[in-house]
Design a protein around this ligand. Structure first.
Ligand SMILES: O=C(O)CCC(=O)C(=O)O
Length: 294
């Protein structure tokens, strides 16, 4: 899996809130995945795929206020006709990595999000410092209890097809509330714009084929250069032991299409079982609202 052993990778993930693992796209599959990405990027930029992350909007609902996009949503959607994405999401390499990092059994894994992050074309764009499922206005106590409840029932990851240095994180911040200084950097329109001004921040550098796995409630932000080609697979998986803790974060992305029989029919038995666990959560959950606002 890597020069570092599994224990070392898991320890790094638990302590720092993120870890980089190379080689999860087998060389023989790279060209097919790249072709799939080219196809869905072209559809999105041409306006024929409506499920996208819209430039100018950081969080769902992404709306349609700008023709430019920084992401393609729902890579496994049957209407995209790219089974290569569900094959990879449920591949043994990916499942083994997630199981190792979450320390769980395969029959505890639930299917979640699988999207693609791309560079905007019209101008640079950035996401402010945030935690994916804890609002920036949470008090210190609210932040502490939300972080405690969240860990470690799921994982998010970015797998880069090309060099990618868009993501910034504050290592260790998945365990502790923001300091007063970090709060200033993550709140409001007057927050400083250079990501590395955030106390404790580092930039994450990925080589082609590298994956960064992270706790999505780590303090993170991203900066998108319209000139730098980006195609980075962006996915998450949960552990059913988390119960409904991940429901809002996942279901806010609009996953009703995953209930359609034609989606399940295209999955292998592992994928069907993982989907079944997600649908149990879906069916047990009412309106989830949204985790964050601009
Ligand atoms: O672009 C990235 O790498 C991070 C995206 C992100 O922070 C988010 O979707 O919340």
């Amino acid at each position: 899996m890597s020069e570092q052993g599994p224990n070392c990778l898991k320890d790094h993930f638990e302590e720092e809130g993120f870890v980089i693992i190379p080689g999860l796209i087998p060389q023989e599959d790279f060209a097919r995945i790249e072709a799939g990405c080219n196809h869905v990027i072209a559809r999105t930029r041409a306006g024929s795929w409506p499920h996208r992350r819209t430039v100018g909007k950081q969080f769902p609902p992404y709306g349609d206020s700008d023709p430019d996009s920084w992401g393609v949503q729902h890579l496994m959607h049957p209407d995209l006709e790219e089974p290569v994405f569900s094959h990879w999401y449920t591949s043994t390499a990916v499942i083994d990595a997630v199981q190792m990092l979450l320390d769980c059994e395969e029959d505890e894994l639930q299917m979640e999000l699988f999207n693609l992050l791309i560079n905007p074309l019209s101008h640079n764009f950035a996401l402010r410092w945030h935690r994916d499922d804890i609002g920036g206005d949470a008090t210190e106590e609210e932040e502490r209890s939300a972080l405690d409840a969240w860990k470690p029932h799921g994982i998010q990851w970015n797998t880069a097809l090309y060099e990618d240095s868009c993501l910034f994180v504050v290592p260790g911040s998945h365990k502790v509330p923001r300091t007063p200084d970090q709060r200033l950097h993550s709140e409001g329109p007057n927050a400083p714009t250079d990501p590395l001004d955030m106390p404790g921040a580092i930039q994450v550098f990925l080589k082609p084929g590298d994956s960064v796995f992270y706790n999505s409630n780590i303090l993170h932000c991203a900066s998108y250069d319209a000139q730098a080609r980006r195609a980075t697979l962006h996915a998450s998986m949960g552990n059913v032991k988390g119960g409904s803790i991940r429901a809002r974060n996942i279901l806010q992305h609009g996953l009703s299409w995953m209930k359609e029989p034609n989606f399940s029919e295209g999955l292998d038995s592992r994928g069907k079982a993982m989907l079944g666990r997600l649908l149990e959560l879906y069916n047990a959950t009412g309106d989830v609202g949204y985790s964050l606002s601009e």
